[in-house]
Design a binder for this molecule. Structure first.
Ligand code: B12
Ligand code: SF4
Length: 584
């Protein structure tokens, strides 16, 4: 690492970049298992045509950009060439965000920066910065471990305690399943804070942020006000909350609910939460709060593979209680833990499949840098020094020596687990449609609904109809006969309750069949890889940082929204999504 360069405090030109693509291909910098897609990478990957496909931006970059006054350019998903072109513009500061499996890309990028723009100060951040001795492994000036906004503001001579600005972004780009636009809208991103206090041994986020929670939006009122602004800007009331354990701050969640009730504005939320925090908040309260999706780390069935957060919890009971109320559950589990053997691992796979959640993530236990698990494995000499960081993504090899799973035997169990969940429980698209319909039924049967529950019931009704449009596709491309029958029966039940699809809905169904055929053909001819487009967002000095980020190449979200209102609903959702994608 070169010497630190002290910045003079004049106006700075800052480039913030994610790592370069292509992603999810075997090349000198990455691996085919390491897709830039959350669900297709580690949740619905075995679900063929019905796998949920979407990409997410490198949110951290936009949060940093929105919270500094400098002239900033955010470069998301560049190619190596595009990154080099950008460097030629001569930035004062080049910030690179990366995670551990992308270490080699970050190393290449710091090297390119030194070559092309030797005057730039290079700052690296994100979870990859936690790699031990990273400053000696690549050429940079500053390594930022942990929260970055305060650090960057101080570094640029700005006030680290200035008010926090939450950028307006969609949670995802290009949402699709079966090659057709995904039902529903592209939810807004909400990041109330980073980190988690629970300190589970294997968990990157808790340890990276020092086992503490840094709140950006510490009160229910601030959460509500921020959500309202974003919802108004994008015309969408649905939020994906990127907070590791949202219900952990019970008071804040309760205050948020109180604010929504006071204003009669009922947002919905997809959240991550640990089981103990869910129990403390209460499942019925979650319905009132508008939680429509929850990601829970159940990890394993036995106490050996489990954590304090799951002590005294009945995972199956909790999953079913949530699903009976229409809350979509993503249950995550960790395979090839230390107590697993080739014989007993099936017990945990059966446990996770037996939860009958809507979605299941299977991940290999990975001692990521900075975690307590990493330290423990390091002390015991278990870390696999021979495994390059590109392979530390938890979907193929174990990054630690496990006598029971030598070479690449771990992957076999992982693949079988995904397949088992798909064959037994059907596709997640079917499960979600069934769940949302259940949620409607639960509220419809509840006597004495107040305004909040009436609003929630109407939301369930609308979502049921949105998901129903995709059921014929589920029935057309099922994993087995059971799924075909389940999807057909559910579609019939929904029509019996809400009436047969209108002419418009039927036309929409025909259209998505055509799109599915097109996708099938594309997969057959070209494979199913989708690369994210390069997104460049330029913020001039002092630009309004909270404004919706949208493209110079596409009309504003409002204009798209107006045009899209003439389209059937799924296409409308797709267009709203496009509206916040940006320029190449
Ligand atoms: C969104 C997300 C993704 C998106 C990626 C979007 C993208 N364009 O990169 C998707 C779903 C595609 C994804 C995929 C993967 N991810 Co991911 N992902 C996340 C997630 C859930 C949220 C990240 C986020 O936006 N946080 C909110 C922002 C505000 O926080 P932040 O990014 O940490 O940024 C802050 C600081 O880190 C810092 N900072 C960040 N960058 C920089 C740069 C500079 C210059 C500075 C100064 C500071 C700084 O400042 C920011 C503000 O404080 C995190 C878990 C989590 N909750 O953090 C995992 C996480 C980052 N992912 C992880 C992993 C391992 C993966 C995968 C390998 C899949 C997997 N096996 O889990 C793939 C890799 C894909 C690839 N090819 O690169 C790990 C990283 C672990 C590690 N130690 O490296 C995490 C922590 C999950 C976990 N607990 O294991 N992921
Ligand atoms: S509860 Fe979840 S986010 Fe918190 S430390 Fe444990 S695994 Fe990490």
């Amino acid at each position: 690492m070169s010497e630190f360069r002290v910045q003079d405090k004049g106006p700075q030109r800052v480039l913030l970049s994610g790592v370069f693509g292509p992603f999810g291909v075997d090349d000198a910098y990455g691996r085919k298992e390491n897709l830039m897609e959350l669900f297709h990478n580690q949740v619905t990957k075995a679900q063929e045509m019905g796998s949920w496909r979407f990409q997410q931006r490198s949110f951290g970059l936009y949060f940093l950009a929105a919270n500094i006054k400098a002239d900033v350019t955010v470069l998301d998903f560049p190619s190596r060439k595009r990154f080099m072109e950008e460097l030629k513009k001569g930035y004062d500061v080049v910030g690179i965000s990366f995670i551990t499996p992308n270490f080699v890309k970050a190393k290449e990028m710091t090297g390119l920066t030194r070559q092309i723009s030797p005057e730039s100060t290079i700052v690296i951040g994100g979870h990859g910065a936690a790699i031990d001795g990273v400053e000696h492994l690549l050429d940079c000036d500053h390594v930022v471990k942990g929260e970055g906004i305060r650090w960057l503001r101080s570094f640029l001579g700005e006030d680290p305690d200035a008010p926090f600005v939450h950028p307006t972004l969609s949670i995802s780009e290009r949402q699709a399943a079966f090659g057709a636009p995904f039902p529903g809208v592209g939810a807004n991103l909400l990041v109330p804070g980073v980190g988690c206090v629970n300190g589970c041994k294997f968990c990157s986020t808790t340890h990276f942020f020092g086992r503490k929670y840094t709140a950006y939006l510490p009160t229910g009122k601030e959460l509500f006000e921020t959500a309202r602004r974003i919802a108004d800007e994008r015309g969408i009331d649905e939020f994906s909350v990127m907070d590791e354990n949202f219900l952990k701050d019970r008071q804040r969640a309760q205050d948020l609910l109180a604010e929504m009730e006071r204003h009669g504005r009922y947002f919905t939320f997809h959240i991550f939460s640990s089981a103990e925090a869910i129990m403390a908040f209460g499942v019925d309260n979650m319905v009132r709060l508008g939680v429509t999706f929850v990601w829970i780390g159940f990890e394993a069935s036995s106490s050996k593979g489990n954590f304090e957060k799951n002590e005294g919890i009945d995972p199956k009971g909790l999953t079913q209680e949530l699903r009976d109320r229409g809350i979509i559950v993503l249950a995550s589990g960790i395979l090839c833990q230390e107590h697993h053997t080739q014989e007993n691992i099936q017990t945990d796979i059966d446990f996770l499949v037996g939860l009958e959640a809507d979605l299941v993530q299977f991940m290999l236990l990975t001692p990521l840098p900075v975690t307590a698990l990493y330290r423990d494995h390091e002390r015991r000499g278990l870390l696999r020094q021979d495994l390059p960081f590109e392979e530390w993504h938890g979907q193929k090899y174990l990054a630690y020596h496990h006598p029971e799973f030598p070479d690449n035997t771990a992957e076999k169990f992982l693949i079988a687990a995904f397949r088992q969940d798909y064959e037994v429980n059907s596709s997640s698209m079917y499960r979600v449609a069934e769940n949302v319909f259940r949620g409607y039924g639960h509220l419809a049967a509840l006597p004495g609904r107040d305004a909040c529950l009436e609003a929630r019931m109407e939301q369930f009704r609308r979502r049921t109809l949105e998901y129903a449009t995709i059921l014929p596709l589920v029935a057309r491309y099922p994993v087995n006969e059971t799924e075909r029958q389940r999807a057909t029966a559910l579609d019939r039940q929904i029509s019996e309750l809400f009436g047969r699809p209108t002419v418009r809905e039927r036309l929409r169904r025909i259209a998505i069949h055509v799109l599915a055929l097109r996708w099938k053909l594309r997969c057959r001819l070209l494979g199913d890889r989708i690369q994210p487009s390069t997104i460049v967002t330029r913020y001039g000095p002092g630009a309004k940082k909270s404004a919706t980020i949208w493209s110079r190449m596409v009309p504003s979200p409002k204009a798209i929204g107006a045009l899209a209102s003439y389209l059937p609903r799924p296409f409308r959702a797709y267009c709203v999504n496009l509206g916040t994608s940006a320029n190449k």
